[in-house]
Ligand binder design. Sequence first.
Ligand SMILES: NC(=O)c1ccc[n+]([C@@H]2O[C@H](COP(=O)([O-])OP(=O)(O)OC[C@H]3O[C@@H](n4cnc5c(N)ncnc54)[C@H](O)[C@@H]3O)[C@@H](O)[C@H]2O)c1
Length: 352
Amino acid sequence: MNGINIGLIGAGSISELHLQAYKKQPDVRLSAICDLNGDRAREKASRYGIPQVYTDYRDLLSDPEIEAVSICTWNDTHAEIGIAALRAGKHVLVEKPLCRTVEEALQMQAAVRETGKILQVGFVRRYDDKARLIRRFIEKGEVGDIYYAKASILRRLGNPGGWFADSSRSGGGPLIDIGVHMIDLCWYLMGRPKAVSVSGNTYNRLGNRSNVRGLSFYKAADYDASLNTVEDMANAMIRFENGASLMVDVSFTLHASKDEVTVKLYGDKGGIEAEPSLLIVSEKHDTILNIEPQIDHKTIQIEAAFQNEVKHFIECCRTGNTPISPVEDGLEIMKILCGIYESARLGQEIKL
Ligand SMILES: NC(=O)c1ccc[n+]([C@@H]2O[C@H](COP(=O)([O-])OP(=O)(O)OC[C@H]3O[C@@H](n4cnc5c(N)ncnc54)[C@H](O)[C@@H]3O)[C@@H](O)[C@H]2O)c1
């Protein structure tokens, strides 16, 4: 396989980062783009020099020249489009979350196994250079056995509206949208232990606060604040088979003084503060050391992370190697996310 032809489905906000990343890959051609909104697809096609434009993803999938697709659509379409793409013989890079339910995730896993095609889940934080550095340190035993992790992604104002705020299309609010990144990153860095139980709470106390003025935030391409059926805040405790635990809290809005992103991992030999700024904590000669790695970027570089993600996807398409974020990991994360929602609904811990 020399040049590889790519189709992109879903030409909204995040597609921009996929398109920029594909453009930078050698021997990769953006051949087709599809969106329900034809004008949106045409605008991106003209900016990125993409020859074919579709409004029905099935037409894009029927093009035999296209070998791989990026799926950047609403969460409720990931399973349907992903499975159709795999069955049409395409490799798939699907945006996070893998889908909305465990049932959908199992169907996607079955389709990957049935077709033998690549499916890479867009857990973009795994592909950040800093995450790779942290993994190297963990693999070399610098922090020992990680038994506790803690992550927060708190927006004081940031409900993206539109489909994100419509639980039938999104599957949920900040937990499935941004919490998914935090849970996945911690779980990945902890060595992907098996989750055995979850206990969660969700709150819908503040609504989307579309009345607030003077602050900008990420919005769906079709921003609409009139519908909001998702939680505005969630927290959870996740227990793993190896005894480790992960505590997480997330919000689209909260009466917090500022936005907050923290990711911390604690082992029996040392700790790692991954966000907001990288710090490695250690003990030597009866002294605690806070070690500050000297690297260009101490916080996530989102555009570079997307480039690494897309580069890895292309490599997997070429070599047939399993991606570092395979469908199996997407499924495990769906079990955790859906378990948290179920726990919050029932007001009790859920065994997975
Ligand atoms: N990795 C990240 O950091 C990150 C960030 C934002 C969004 N996302 C994910 O990317 C996906 C898209 O999010 P977004 O912010 O771009 O949303 P968006 O609303 O801006 O864009 C989604 C686009 O998909 C199109 N679409 C929906 N269903 C379609 C279908 N069946 N066929 C063709 N087009 C269809 C819509 O018309 C819209 O243009 C979501 O799954 C979201 O969770 C990931």
